[in-house]
Design a protein around this ligand. Structure first.
Ligand code: C5P
Length: 296
């Protein structure tokens, strides 16, 4: 039971993000399509017997992190980061806190603060690995309540591929079959605060959870991996607020031809080439990275 499990923790893009209104709990009700990327962190998780001599009540979870990511912010501190919290939550819900510990290793490639969901994906990878180690299999539906307690985007990463996500993001419906397609990621050398972007939106109170997404058209476009149709269906209601919070994004977004992932800062193009209309000089030292989206 103490073998290490290695999980890929892919980044994500939001290909469609509609904000339906602000809820009474302060979160925003969403209809969003998320797709996983081949850009990924590596997460290694070892479930083992609890070390002797630790004070009672202190969870036995260790974390070592290193990075290959461009423009990475601070690496997660060993305590109180989303990966450690995922491990503690799993141990406590399975009644293992007094008998077991977890060692976590993270090799980071996904830049932080970029709307790519790196931290959420790392946490989901911890839950999947512990599911494999302890339960013998990963059951995304059974792990979803734990994932949702950690963050709105975490449940998506239990599934991967391309999914329609509703509620605050935690109600996940896979769009099958998973088909992959090319994207170019444009990674600015700065991140954007998600709470600041939602606050800048000043969304009206939620009245009805009716989305204007053309679900059938989206499913057809994904089934064909048709980037021209997917581009036509793209929407992100957080573009305006993100541009107000981070004016360096405003010029790039105003020029058209690029999408914004989540609350930013990552911009992206569906397809293999950045159109000539996109002026990369608007953000000095922005990094272009080719990637594949949608595969599982
Ligand atoms: O769920 P998570 O911790 O990732 O959310 C971070 C912040 O983003 C929240 O505190 C909230 O300010 C904002 N948020 C929101 N509505 C969502 C998701 C996130 O307002 N659906």
């Amino acid at each position: 039971m103490s073998n290490a499990v290695v999980e890929r923790a892919p980044a994500k893009l939001n290909l469609y993000l509609e904000v339906l209104g602000k809820r009474e709990d302060g979160f925003h009700e969403l209809a969003t399509v998320m797709t996983s990327l081949d850009l990924a962190d590596d997460v290694t998780v070892t479930l083992r017997p609890r070390r002797q001599g630790l004070a009672r009540g202190i969870p036995d979870v260790t974390l070592e992190a290193s990075t290959l990511a461009p423009f990475v912010g601070e690496l997660p501190a060993p305590e109180d980061n989303l990966m450690s919290r995922a491990a503690v939550l799993f141990l406590s819900t399975r009644g293992l806190l007094h008998s077991h510990g977890v060692d976590l290793e993270l090799l980071k490639r996904v830049p932080a603060g970029g709307g790519l969901g790196g931290g959420s994906s790392d946490a989901a990878a911890v839950l999947r690995a512990l599911g494999r180690s302890h339960d013998g299999a990963v059951d995304p539906a059974a792990l979803t309540p734990l994932a949702a307690a950690l963050g709105s985007d975490v449940p998506f990463f239990l599934y991967g591929g391309t999914c329609m996500c509703k509620g605050r993001g935690e109600q996940v419906s896979p769009i099958d079959p998973p088909r992959s397609f090319d994207v170019v990621l444009l990674l600015p050398p700065f991140g954007v605060s998600t709470p600041a972007v939602y606050a800048a939106m000043q969304a009206p109170a939620l009245h009805a959870s009716t989305t204007s997404v053309d679900h059938d058209a989206l499913v057809d476009a994904y089934a064909d991996a048709d980037t021209a149709r997917l581009r036509a269906l793209y929407r992100n209601d957080l573009e305006g607020p993100a541009a107000r919070v981070e004016p360096r994004l405003a010029r790039m977004l105003a020029g058209g031809g690029v999408g914004l992932s989540g609350s930013g800062s990552t911009l992206f193009v569906m397809g293999r080439e950045v159109p000539a209309t996109v002026c990369l000089e608007d953000i000095p030292s922005i990094e272009c990275v080719r990637s594949r989206a949608g595969g599982r």
